[in-house]
Design a binder for this molecule. Structure first.
Ligand code: PLP
Length: 415
């Protein structure tokens, strides 16, 4: 313990960014809040909170429909966020950015609009053992609907994808590879550029689940060459109920709509309905307009900080926490990939993770416990759940130390 903040992150002013997150100033059970549940959802900077309230104070109206000034303002703000998000992931065109309710919504969109249309018996969808349920169940549903088969690439003991198994399971029957970018249960960063390249060489498409990546690692969808890339606003300092599905325009154009309703049509008659152009074809009904405006504010906030320095800071926190937690007697760290970010999952001998979480909460330390919507990962390690600390750039070395002190208290009380 005891690495000074300045030693860990010479170029990242964590106190300055913390000041932007008012929620972090509170006490929990008589202790300063130590928020280490960022993989679950991140906290929101004042700029996002202000954007939401400013939207409702001055611009609230429905979008794309009315001719009045408020509707124009709301439409402009909503579409501005789309462009900010396009630039954030370096998409070639803003109409390749579908605004969704979140990562889960985006993956289901592809499963139903693309998968249900194009998959047939004999086809295969290839995922991995470290997927979140959001990137498993939509494929199970569509495989059941179409007669296609779902296959999963195993992971090794460190929690890394077994590339030789990926190579073996990727065949001329594979139509889609759907793979996690960063594992929420293990922190593993998957080699997605290599995965996409190999998928394409085998004639398959590639979808990447970027829910845990967008807040931590740079995402350039053109460099990755992903066909689809899905992520959530709330895991990158934006509001809940927002997300992006990026898709290559040529593919999105060939896919039928996912849901029918207002805004997604060009013309409706009882004889024949024609659909709107991209991206509106996939945005039926009134969306989470305020949320999308807030999502844009979150991207602007991220654009305003030194993200490379933030990443160095987060990596240093993870390394520091890993070292200290590994030294607690009876602790087993789950997930020790060589390429890792922001997630520290662990179990403690003879102590249920839920009890770990409860004692930590009493000390003001918020972590997540459970299977993390990744039951196959738990099965892989022969456990039912883990305790998980997950970091964001606003966490400090003092947070790590408070967390480890609380773990020692768990040992004292329950060990
Ligand atoms: C890797 C991963 N994929 C998908 C999701 C689903 O995201 P959401 O619940 O925001 O749709 C999560 C959420 O934890 C996740 O960690």
């Amino acid at each position: 313990m005891g690495v000074a903040e300045t030693t860990v992150t010479p170029t990242f002013d964590v106190d300055r960014v913390r000041a932007d997150f008012p929620i972090l100033r509170q006490q929990v059970h008589g202790h300063p809040l130590v928020y280490l549940d960022n993989a679950n959802t991140t906290q929101k900077p004042q700029a996002v909170i202000d954007a939401l309230s400013e939207y409702y104070l001055s611009s609230n109206a429905n979008i794309h429909r009315a001719t009045h000034l408020l509707s124009e303002r709301a439409t402009r703000a909503y579409e501005r966020s789309r462009v900010l998000l396009q630039r954030f992931i370096n998409a070639a065109d803003s109409h390749e950015v579908i605004l969704t309710r979140g990562c889960t919504d985006g993956i289901n969109l592809v499963a139903q609009a693309w998968g249900r249309t194009f998959l047939k018996p004999g086809d295969e969808v290839l995922i991995s053992w470290m997927e979140h349920h959001s990137n498993i169940v939509p494929w199970q549903i569509v495989c059941e609907q179409t007669g296609a088969t779902l296959r999963a690439v195993p992971i090794n003991e460190r929690g890394e994808l077994r590339i030789e198994e990926f190579d073996r399971l990727l065949t001329d029957r594979t139509r889609l590879v759907a793979m996690i970018h960063v594992s929420n249960a293990l922190g593993t960063i998957a080699p997605i550029a290599e995965i996409v390249r190999k998928a394409h060489a085998a004639g398959a498409l590639a979808l990447i689940d970027g829910a845990q990546a967008a807040a931590h690692v740079p995402v350039d969808v053109q460099a990755i060459d992903a066909d689809f890339y899905a992520f959530s606003g709330h895991k990158m300092f934006g509001p809940t109920g927002t997300g992006v599905l990026y898709g290559k325009a040529a593919l999105l154009d060939r896919m039928p709509p996912y849901q029918g309703g207002g805004d997604m049509i060009a013309s409706v008659t009882f004889e024949k309905t024609t659909y709107n152009t991209l991206p509106y074809k996939f945005e039926a009904g009134t969306p989470n307009i305020a949320g999308v405006v807030g999502f844009g504010a979150a991207v602007e906030y991220l654009n305003g900080i030194d993200r490379e320095a933030a990443r160095v800071h987060e990596d240093a926190l993870l390394a520091h926490a890993t070292e200290l937690v590994a030294a607690v007697p009876g602790v087993r760290i789950i997930g020790q990939a060589r390429q890792k970010t922001s997630v520290l999952s662990f179990v403690m001998d003879g102590i249920h993770p839920h009890d770990v979480g409860t004692v930590l909460d009493n000390e003001g330390v918020a972590i997540r416990t459970g299977q993390h919507c990744a039951q196959p990962v738990m099965d892989r390690y022969g456990i039912v759940s883990t305790a998980r600390a997950s970091f964001a750039f606003y966490n400090t070395t003092a947070d790590v130390q408070a967390f480890v002190r609380a773990l020692h208290k768990v040992k004292e009380l329950l060990g």
